[in-house]
Design a protein around this ligand. Structure first.
Ligand SMILES: Nc1nc(=O)c2c([nH]1)NC[C@@H]1CN(c3ccc(C(=O)N[C@@H](CCC(=O)O)C(=O)O)cc3)C=[N+]21
Ligand SMILES: [Mg+2]
Length: 286
């Protein structure tokens, strides 16, 4: 028996097609959804992601402004840039690419973004609303995971979801969204004792660890759904996830590849959030 490979690339294309149509209908009413991406320093991985976001925006007929600054930008200068974007009526979404240089306090920066333009879903107002189940911009990677499960008719209700990783941007919110879908959620992390005893009980296993081939077939329950959020380089410099993909193929029921799994969904959800923000500006769409 071989696992079904969850195709994030194809699913993201389908979503983007729908997003593109909604962009057109907004545009015909005079509103072009606009995303501002702020990039500081010259981390090559960040540049690749940011280029990807810009390209996707443009392919969907959205506006994308890239604001690039040197590593030496001061925190107060960045806060002024964000203030300007908060007030700019043509900008519906603001994304400050993380990680930031050490001299800038990430929390202060996130806090400065107007929650109505917080398309990453990282602002405490967004996080709070998400956790109590109110309307909010959902963080893109966890939301992308939920969309993938929906696309493949995998209902988390009553299932044991084990999340490895407790970051504010992936692990923690992924567990919360699964909880809202009525999963029983366990969080594991770097201080978990006996990780494998938990992973082996997972009906849905979400890995956001950041270590190449960290999980193999010994870690998973037969028939598990394995969602790999890792973005690592293997010994040959190739992009790979946390999961030894080939190894789990004959034991899992579903598995996401890297690349082509969760990553493309993250970008699609960012586009959707930017569109939603722009649609909000139109009273008649409410
Ligand atoms: N404020 C902020 N928001 C973010 O959402 C954010 C961020 N900062 N900092 C960096 C991480 C990382 N991230 C990715 C998005 C898409 C892919 C993606 O599309 N990956 C492709 C492969 C891309 C490649 O070939 O390198 C895939 O998995 O198929 C990867 C990583 C968003 N991030
Ligand atoms: Mg995101």
């Amino acid at each position: 028996m071989s696992a079904i490979i969850i195709d994030g690339k194809a699913t993201s294309l389908k979503l983007k097609e729908q997003i593109g149509q909604r962009v057109q209908s907004l545009t015909s009413r005079g509103i072009i959804p606009g995303l501002a991406v702020v990039l500081i320093g010259d981390n090559p991985a960040s540049h690749t992601y940011v280029k990807n976001k810009k390209k996707t925006c443009e392919s969907l007929g959205m506006r994308s402004d890239l604001l690039q600054f040197p590593e030496t930008l001061k925190e107060e200068e960045l806060l002024e840039v964000i203030e300007g974007l908060n007030k700019d009526p043509e900008i519906h979404g603001i994304l400050v690419q993380l990680p930031l240089p050490d001299h800038i306090d990430e929390f202060q920066v996130i806090l400065a973004i107007e929650p109505d333009k917080d398309v990453d879903g990282f602002h405490p107002v967004s996080v709070g609303n998400m956790i109590i189940g109110r309307e909010a911009f959902l963080p893109c990677t966890p939301h992308g995971i939920i969309k993938l499960l929906e696309e493949y008719n995998i209902d988390p209700a009553g299932k044991h979801a084990v999340v490895i990783g407790r970051s504010n941007i992936v692990g923690k919110p992924a567990g919360q969204l699964l909880l809202q879908k009525d999963a029983t959620v366990t969080y594991c992390h770097s201080r978990t004792v006996g990780l494998i005893d938990y992973t082996r009980q997972a009906d849905i296993l979400i890995s956001a660890v950041g270590r190449a081939k960290f999980l193999g077939k010994e870690h998973i329950k037969p028939g598990a759904v394995v969602i790999d959020v890792g973005m690592n380089r293997d010994e040959n410099g190739n992009l790979c996830g946390d999961v030894d993909f080939e190894d789990v193929l004959d034991k899992a029921s579903y598995v996401t590849p890297v690349p082509g799994g969760v990553g493309p969904m993250t970008i699609a959800m960012l586009m959707e959030n930017t569109l939603l923000s722009a649609e909000r500006g139109l009273p008649e769409t409410k």
